[in-house]
Design a protein around this ligand. Structure first.
Ligand SMILES: Cc1cc2nc3c(=O)[nH]c(=O)nc-3n(C[C@H](O)[C@H](O)[C@H](O)COP(=O)(O)OP(=O)(O)OC[C@H]3O[C@@H](n4cnc5c(N)ncnc54)[C@H](O)[C@@H]3O)c2cc1C
Length: 451
């Protein structure tokens, strides 16, 4: 819908990752005069697909999950024909148990009947609907799952999955902030099992794949956004300072000069946001600065299929901390998505570091290759060194919604109320997945168009 009352309003967006690009695209579509400032020479932020010797490598997100706003965005960008559905086997996810890969049961029936969990754990699982307690203030993800489902489920299912999603530690993450849907299910239905059966989740079109990417990789999404934004995007344009200006407006300073805007969207990482708002709210600035982003190294192995003993019939595997391994898990990219590796080869992405094992991130590339090779030799039966190895390091990978995160949320709400016209839309606020970032960009664009 194009607004005919606001085209003259100028909006500045700081940061050209998926959050900032989506907000800018939606605002431009509504008729606002938009300028997006991106510090680096390219847009996309975390989202980056590269081609190396015929392998299509994802530096950060590998796959996307269907959600209503993400599907809306893909349709608005006319990208439906570029969408690539994950292989049907992607639902099979392995977890390392006593050094061996075991398929994690993905339905309640399979959890309760299969041999993945012990009999004691299965009995405990069936009691979940009768657990009467509710989440107290400041409960961690580990405490929440243990209270509702028992210790074994935390160790064998929640712990590896949290390493896979957040590269984080379930004992430190806030359940209310990191998994708001589970928290709400308990609050509303008194049970996760009953809640997941009875609740109505957000409706996304049925004919769209649940897990997907794009034929040319996830970067297709950010490239198309940038294309639509055209010269509204300024790259190599680091925002150095923002200031209150007369008439409720905001000044943005870069090395190229100063510009005045009616509203600003902060879509940069927490550390940058902290610097930019320091003079406006030193308390919130200090809190944002403390948001922990653990380091993650993505180690890519391109291997001939014949040199792997394991049949790659799933999404990949995750490792519980109790197994005490040096890697967090491995995604079997070429088994999940077509066109990721040349014929006869597999592309594997191994995650190293995270909150659990931050020190390993500091090892040299050669040491990391050795570590990953040894682990994959033992777990997947990899017989020879890969034909190609590649690495991408994220010194600050994914923001952790730690215990006490609610104070940051409240601080941001109060800040936006006092500093009218400034909006936060970044992965450290209201969700880390690409789907969450897109949803928040829609929320931000709608809020600005109502002001
Ligand atoms: C290793 C890894 C794996 C992931 N895997 C998945 C996955 O499989 N599925 C999924 O859904 N999500 C995944 N995520 C999460 C998801 O990719 C991110 O949360 C999301 O892309 C973040 O987008 P953003 O726009 O909020 O921030 P960013 O992508 O961090 O973008 C912020 C931008 O701000 C710019 N910037 C910084 N300072 C300034 C300044 N002063 N002026 C102007 N610009 C500035 C930066 O250069 C950057 O481009 C993964 C993330 C990582 C790191």
């Amino acid at each position: 819908m194009i607004s005919d009352t606001k085209p003259f309003k100028k909006i500045g967006i700081i940061g050209g990752g998926i959050s900032g690009l989506t907000a800018a695209f939606l605002l431009k579509k509504k008729g606002f005069n938009v300028t997006l400032f991106e510090k680096s020479g390219r847009v996309g932020g975390n989202i980056q697909t590269v081609e190396v010797d015929g392998f299509r490598i994802e530096y950060a997100p590998n796959s996307l999950l269907k959600s209503p706003r993400l599907v809306d965005l893909i349709k608005a960008l006319n990208l439906e024909s570029e969408v690539l559905k994950a292989d049907a086997n992607n639902k099979k996810r392995y977890v390392l148990q006593n050094g061996k890969l075991k398929a994690l049961p993905m339905t309640l029936a399979k959890m309760a009947t299969g041999d993945y969990f012990s009999m004691k754990a299965k009995m405990r699982l069936l009691k979940e609907p009768f657990v009467r307690s509710k989440s107290p203030e400041n409960e961690s993800v580990a405490e929440f799952f243990e209270r509702r489902l028992g210790r074994e489920i935390v160790e064998r299912a929640a712990d590896p999955f949290i390493a896979g999603i957040y590269a984080g530690n379930p004992a430190n993450l806030s359940v209310r902030a990191a998994f708001p849907r589970l928290y709400e299910l308990e609050k509303e239905y008194g049970s996760l099992l009953a809640g997941s059966l009875l609740s109505k989740s957000e409706k996304a079109p049925k004919d769209f794949p649940r897990t997907f990417s794009f034929k040319r990789g996830v970067q297709t999404l950010t490239e198309r956004l940038a294309e639509k934004l055209g010269n509204s995007v300024k790259t190599n344009a680091q925002v150095k300072r923002i200031e209150k200006h007369a008439g409720g407006k905001w000044l943005v300073a870069t090395d190229s000069g100063e510009e005045i805007f009616d509203a600003l969207v902060i879509s940069a990482p927490a550390e940058t946001a902290a610097k930019l708002i320091e003079n406006l709210d030193s308390n919130l600035s200090a809190r944002l600065r403390q948001i922990y982003y653990p380091p993650v190294a993505m180690v890519f192995f391109c291997v001939k299929k014949e040199f792997l003993a394991q049949n790659l019939d799933g999404f990949g595997f995750l490792i519980p901390s109790a197994e005490r391994r040096q890697i967090l898990g491995t995604i079997w990219n070429s088994a999940v998505f077509a066109g990721r590796a040349p014929e006869g080869y597999h592309l594997l992405t191994t995650f190293v570091g995270g909150a659990r094992n931050a020190a390993t991130f500091e090892k040299s590339d050669a040491e990391l290759y050795e570590i990953v090779f040894d682990e994959l030799k033992s777990i997947l039966g990899l017989r020879v060194k890969p034909d190609l190895m590649h690495i991408k390091r994220w010194r600050k990978a994914i923001p952790q919604y730690l215990l006490g995160y609610e104070r940051i949320e409240r601080g941001i709400e109060e800040f936006e109320r006092v500093n009218r016209g400034i909006h936060f839309c970044s992965n450290f606020y209201k969700g880390i997945s690409v789907g969450d970032c897109v949803k928040n960009a829609y929320r931000t664009a709608e809020k600005i168009s109502r002001e």
